[in-house]
Design a protein around this ligand. Structure first.
Ligand code: NAI
Ligand code: MG
Length: 498
């Protein structure tokens, strides 16, 4: 990738330790308490900016604004008007795409080539839902009550949506939640992660520029424990859409029960990637590596349980280790960086704890696991990518979501066995298989219990294709036409015609 701009310079212009207010009812506001949160660059742990540490009273103000907008100005927008707004948002975000990506990378570390590369998925999502906004419809249904009775359904927006997102993809997660809300006529209060709140604030302002009326999209920065918890329990929030850990997802589902909110949960995973003995090894190695290392392992779909056919495991591990050692670790804004930092110190230590557990429980450390030393690594949360071999299903590293650059290689002998082992997890977000045999692929896809299954590749996501997990990975889909249904209520209407 050759850049035509200097990302560090853009980052410095955007964030130089200043206060970035939150966005409620179309206005820049501080927290009512006056408290702030420090926002840092995980590659250096240096301060980027401060944001308001919003509390319950700020969430209440944002929900009230969202309710007023829902019943007021926004309700006057026809589907065609909402489509135009979504298309304008896509245009202004496309215009500022590099700035948005620099902001994301500075705040959460994902290498810039990857944030830039998400353009289709994010801008495409806005344009996809712009199309859907004018395709909403109810049905006329024949009833048997009486021939003089006419029955039909209408689809109405659920109302105020609370969106709670993690730090690993702030721009994509914001759009994945806001775009369907705007397409259906809902309004939104978004609570970004305290670890990466900056880009969602920028996005809210771009939406205002694109013609989104005040109060339709509000962003409250703050902690999960206070701002997040208030949004999840708020009696005037009709729906919550959440991406994050399974533990927090459960808390949110419990909090929502009080007013029976509709809830969509996109949670963690421990996804299996199966390499069959007839796989194209040279094609599979880089895919298997990046299925985990893409965001230093901090992706919900990380293919962290790598099942490799025993016949080919020596060759596979050797090539995988060579690939891992060749990856360049560095600041996400530096050209050529393959692996950025982990999000914070706590996460880094947590991952190191898993690496220690892997060794203690008898897995063989093939490569990685140390903090890289030298220029550029001082003060950042860097870890060398890890491969463990001889991993067994009962080991901690094979069972728990690590959210770090750790691949566990688990050998297998038969397809019957590997399918059962792949499914023997509480999670069900994603899975993958490499094989040249079409019937093996089909048979295995059918039996894998996961929301997305990739064959001879990994990681593909598209606005039109639904994405979401099974089991403890959550419920509901994002993306695709299906996602819209979660933002709509159905009303049945009966008319006596005589
Ligand atoms: P988290 O699930 O605690 O946080 C995600 C979002 O939920 C943040 O905006 C946070 O402020 C909010 N939140 C936290 N507690 C809340 C509560 N009680 N009520 C309402 N909102 C709340 O995840 P965190 O702390 O960032 O990461 C911890 C672990 O979670 C990671 O190590 C990883 O294993 C997992 N995780 C999984 C993600 C995924 O995409 N599946 C994304 C982020 C984290
Ligand atoms: Mg940050």
């Amino acid at each position: 990738m050759t850049l035509t701009f200097d990302p560090h310079q853009i980052a410095e212009t955007l964030y130089h330790g200043q206060f970035c207010p939150m966005f409620i009812d179309g206005k820049d506001v501080p927290a009512r308490s006056g408290e702030v949160l420090n926002v840092v660059d995980p590659a250096s742990n240096r301060a980027l900016a401060t944001v308001p540490c919003g509390g319950a009273e700020d969430v209440d103000a944002a929900v009230a604004a969202a309710r007023r907008a829902f019943e007021g100005a926004w309700s006057k927008f026809t589907p065609y008007d909402r489509q135009e707004v979504l298309l304008r948002i896509a245009d202004v975000m496309e215009r500022d795409w590099e700035k948005l990506c620099v902001s994301d990378t500075a705040d959460m570390g994902l290498p810039l080539a990857r944030t830039l590369g998400n353009k289709r998925r994010v801008i495409g999502m806005l344009r996809f839902y712009a199309g859907q906004a004018v395709a909403l419809h109810g049905d006329v249904i024949e009833n048997s009550v009486s021939q003089s009775m006419f029955s039909f359904t209408t689809r109405e927006p659920v109302g105020v949506v609370g969106a709670i997102i993690p730090w690993n993809a702030p721009t994509a997660a914001s759009i994945w939640k806001i775009a369907p809300a705007l397409a259906t006529g809902c309004t939104v209060v978004l609570k970004p992660s305290e670890d990466a709140p900056l880009t969602p604030l920028m996005i809210a302002r771009l939406m205002q520029e694109a013609g989104v009326p005040d109060g339709v999209v509000n962003v409250v920065t703050g902690t999960g424990r206070e701002a997040g918890a208030r949004l999840a329990e708020h009696p005037d929030v009709n729906k919550v859409v959440f991406t994050g850990s399974t533990a927090t997802g459960k808390t949110i589902a419990r909090a929502g029960v009080e007013n029976l909110k509709r809830i969509t949960l996109e949670l963690g995973g421990k996804s299996p990637l199966i390499i069959c003995k007839d796989a194209d090894i040279d094609k599979a190695v880089p895919v298997a590596a990046m299925a985990v290392y893409a965001h230093s392992g901090q992706i919900c779909i990380a293919g962290s349980r790598l099942f490799v056919a025993r016949e080919i495991q020596d060759e596979f591990i050797e090539k995988l280790a060579a690939f891992a050692r060749g990856l360049k670790i560095g600041h996400g804004l530096d050209e050529g960086t393959d692996l950025g930092p982990l999000i914070n110190r706590v996460q880094t230590e947590k991952v190191e704890g898993y690496i220690a557990a892997g060794k203690a429980e008898g897995a063989r450390l093939v490569t990685g696991g140390a903090r890289p030393e030298g220029e550029g690594y001082d003060g950042g949360n860097f870890l060398e990518p890890v491969i463990f071999a001889d991993v067994t299903d009962d080991m901690t590293i094979a069972r728990e979501e690590i959210f770090g650059p750790v691949i566990s290689v688990l050998p297998f002998d038969t397809m019957e066995e590997v399918i059962a082992r792949a499914n023997a997890t509480p999670y069900g977000l994603a899975a993958g298989i490499f094989t040249r045999d079409l019937s093996t692929a089909h048979r295995t896809v059918k039996r894998l219990k996961a929301g997305s299954v990739w064959v001879n590749m990994y990681h593909a996501i598209d606005p039109a294709v639904p994405f979401g997990g099974l089991k403890m990975s959550g419920y509901g889909k994002e993306g695709g036409v299906e996602h819209l249904q979660a933002y709509l209520d159905t009303k049945a209407v009966w008319i006596q015609t005589e």
